[in-house]
Write a protein that binds this ligand. Structure first.
Ligand SMILES: [Zn+2]
Length: 272
C-alpha cells in the first residue's frame, strides 16, 4: 500500500469528533415591588424595585455522542424558596464535560445566566468555556426574516417549538408541580431541536471551529467531520504571504484549506 494511502487510513482511524453539548435553560421572570407614578415605563425600572432576581427553573442538555437528554427542574419546594443551587450545580457539571457547549443565544443569555447563578449561589466558577452560538451563526451566515430558534426550526421544516400554557412562567415561579413538569418538557424539546438545527446549518455556516480531534490533527482530514473524502477546488486560498490548496469535504460539504503553504513539504488541513 502506498504511503499516502496508509496516511489516509490512519487519519480515518484517529479522527475523533469533539464532544458537543446542546443545551437550553429556562429562567424565572424578575419579581419587582414598589410604587410607580405611572403604568407607562420609559427606559429601565430602578434596580431598587427588584424583589426577587431571576433564576433557573430548569435546564436540558444532550451530548453529541449520546442519545440521553439530561435535565433538571426545580422541585416545588425549591421553586417556592427560589433555590436553584442544586440544578445550577448540575448544569455546571454537565457543561464542563463538553469540548464545546452549543446554545441558541447562549453566549449572551444562557451562559451568562449560569455564571450569574453560580455567583449568586457561591458555587465554583465555570472557567473558560468554548462555545458555539447558533444565533451568531444565523446572524452572520444568512439573511433570515427572524433568527429565533422557533423560526429557524420552521424554516428548516422541523416541528415547531412546543406551545406553552397560559401563565406558565408565573405558575413555575409559585412552584406549581404541573407547571414545573410542563416547563421541563418544553425545555427538553428545545435541546433536541437545537441539535437538529445546528446540523442543518453546519454545512452553510460562515465559520465554525474545528470539530474533530485527532492524535495528529494536522493530517489531511476535514476539520469539521474528520473525513478524508474530499475534492480539491480550483481556486487556492490566498493570504498575503502564501497560497494554500482548498478542498470541499464530500460528506459534510464544508470547505477547508491545507495546513501548509503550497510548496512546503509538510501537510495537513485547517478550517476556513
Ligand atoms: Zn467534512
Amino acid at each position: 500500500m502506498p504511503a499516502a494511502d496508509i496516511d489516509q487510513l490512519v487519519a480515518k482511524v484517529t479522527a475523533k469528533p469533539l464532544r458537543l453539548l446542546f443545551y437550553d435553560t429556562e429562567n424565572t421572570q424578575i419579581e419587582i415591588a414598589g410604587r410607580v407614578w405611572s403604568l407607562r415605563v420609559d427606559g429601565y425600572l430602578p434596580p431598587g424595585m427588584v424583589k426577587q432576581p431571576k433564576h433557573l427553573i430548569c435546564w436540558s442538555g444532550k451530548f453529541s455522542d449520546g442519545q440521553k437528554v439530561h435535565s433538571q427542574v426545580l422541585t416545588p419546594k425549591e421553586a417556592k424558596a427560589h433555590d436553584d443551587s442544586r440544578i445550577t450545580k448540575g448544569l455546571a457539571r454537565l457543561l464542563e464535560q463538553a469540548d464545546y457547549v452549543v446554545a441558541h443565544n447562549g453566549d449572551s443569555f444562557d451562559l451568562k445566566n449560569v455564571a450569574t447563578r453560580l455567583l449568586a449561589n457561591g458555587l465554583p466558577p465555570l472557567g473558560d468555556m468554548q462555545t458555539i452560538d447558533t444565533l451568531k451563526i444565523a446572524r452572520s451566515s444568512f439573511n433570515l426574516e427572524s433568527n429565533k430558534l422557533d423560526y429557524l426550526a420552521q424554516f428548516l421544516g422541523f416541528d415547531k417549538k412546543v406551545e406553552t400554557s397560559k401563565g406558565l412562567w408565573d405558575r413555575c415561579f409559585d412552584g406549581e408541580p404541573a407547571a414545573l413538569r410542563e416547563m421541563r418538557d418544553y425545555n427538553l424539546y428545545d435541546s433536541v431541536l437545537l441539535e437538529h438545527v445546528f446540523h442543518a446549518l453546519k454545512p452553510y455556516a460562515k465559520t465554525l471551529p474545528r470539530l474533530v480531534d485527532a492524535a495528529e490533527w494536522r493530517q489531511e482530514m476535514c476539520p469539521y467531520c474528520g473525513s478524508t473524502d474530499r475534492k480539491k477546488l480550483k481556486r487556492d486560498h490566498r493570504t498575503n504571504v502564501n497560497n494554500f490548496l482548498r478542498y470541499r469535504c464530500q460528506p459534510c460539504q464544508r470547505t477547508y484549506r491545507g495546513w501548509q503553504a503550497i510548496g512546503s513539504k509538510k501537510s495537513g488541513s485547517v478550517g476556513l
